[in-house]
Design a protein around this ligand. Structure first.
Ligand code: P6P
Length: 320
């Protein structure tokens, strides 16, 4: 039986990648590990607990109906980071403004605590997405500038996909590694060491319901995928679509339209973290014209078009 390497062991082992690391980043990743287990437990029994299903009756900053598990996950991740101490502030999809911890922590985190949450009630995979940056401001509290750093400044990025199994996938800039939760022992175990994405794939993911709103270039690309007999796979849950394409090869597109030129997805806590993972796995991520991680954010919750996945497919979609 192959050796089992747990996420905790891996984090400690890889701390050596950062000479002089104080262990804060390792501890922060551990906080995500614990929160992920708890959200996984709640997501997996959501159907049994009427009180965790359904809408919370409130809206988030995007004006989207908050699902109860959204709020639960958001509160949990924030609580874990607050007590952990390495993070001084968090920007979350679920909070209008920055959440400050005033603990002198040297990192800031952006996160989508539960992406695809409208799928909770229909038992479709959902996910958590996060980015970690070193703060650059020097005052008592983190500032907006700490959060408006380009994605190329991320020190770590990751996602958790709550699907047929719960997986935590992350990078600290030294490759991508995936860990699967073994519920029988409550431990994330290294299941996908050194993840790389195929340069080409046969899967394209896009909401074709918007076809007539897309640019001619995007429509031409979709037509080309059909002519090549590619498989259309769109779950409506970014983390699930991204994860499948990362493993099998493929491209996910959420382009802008005339009505919404910046598309729907958010730069800080969806596009940037997944872009870091995609590039670390040999893929690429653009907004249709430039590298996502080169974009200079201007707002906490700004949106951006997203073309992400196998390098050759992203490049072809951009040229269409
Ligand atoms: P549409 C979920 O709301 C989400 O942010 C992503 O997880 C998903 O890929 C996308 O939006 C789905 O959006 O407009 O196709 O329903």
């Amino acid at each position: 039986m192959a050796d089992i390497k747990t996420l905790s062991e891996f984090i400690v082992e890889r701390q050596a990648d950062f000479p002089g690391a104080s262990g804060d980043l390792s501890q922060l990743l551990t906080a995500f590990r614990l929160a992920a287990k708890i959200v996984s437990r709640e997501a997996n029994k959501a159907g049994l607990m009427a009180d965790i299903l359904g809408a919370q009756g409130t809206e988030n900053v995007q004006g989207e109906q908050q699902q109860k598990l959204d709020v639960y996950a958001n509160d949990l991740f924030i609580r874990m980071m607050r007590t952990q101490g390495a993070v001084c502030a968090v920007a979350s999809e679920e909070n209008d403004d920055i959440v400050h911890f005033d603990n002198g922590g040297k990192y800031v985190v952006t996160m989508d605590p539960l992406d695809g949450s409208s799928n909770i009630d229909v038992n479709v995979s959902i996910g958590t997405i996060f980015s970690i940056y070193k703060r650059i401001s020097t005052g008592a509290k983190a500032t907006l500038e700490d959060f408006l750093q380009p994605g190329s400044e991320q020190v770590a990025a990751g996602y958790i996909v709550y699907g047929s199994s719960t997986m935590l996938v992350y990078t600290t800039g030294h490759g991508v590694n995936g860990f699967t939760l073994d519920p029988s022992i409550g431990t994330f175990c290294l299941s996908h060491p050194g993840m790389t994405t195929p340069p080409e794939g046969k899967i394209y993911s896009i909401n074709e319901g918007n076809f007539y709103d897309f640019s001619d270039g995007v429509r031409n690309y979709i037509d080309d995928c059909k002519k090549q007999k590619m498989s259309a796979r769109y779950i409506g849950s970014l983390v699930a679509d991204f994860h499948r394409n990362l493993l099998k090869g493929g491209v996910y597109l959420y382009p802008g339209t005339a009505k919404s030129p910046n598309g729907k997805l958010r730069l800080l806590y969806e596009a940037n973290p997944l872009a870091m993972i995609a590039e670390q796995a040999g893929g690429s991520a653009t907004n249709g014209s430039m590298r996502i991680m080169d974009m200079k954010p201007t707002e906490l919750h700004q949106r951006c078009p997203l073309f992400i996945g196998s390098k050759a497919m992203v490049e072809k979609a951009m040229k269409a």
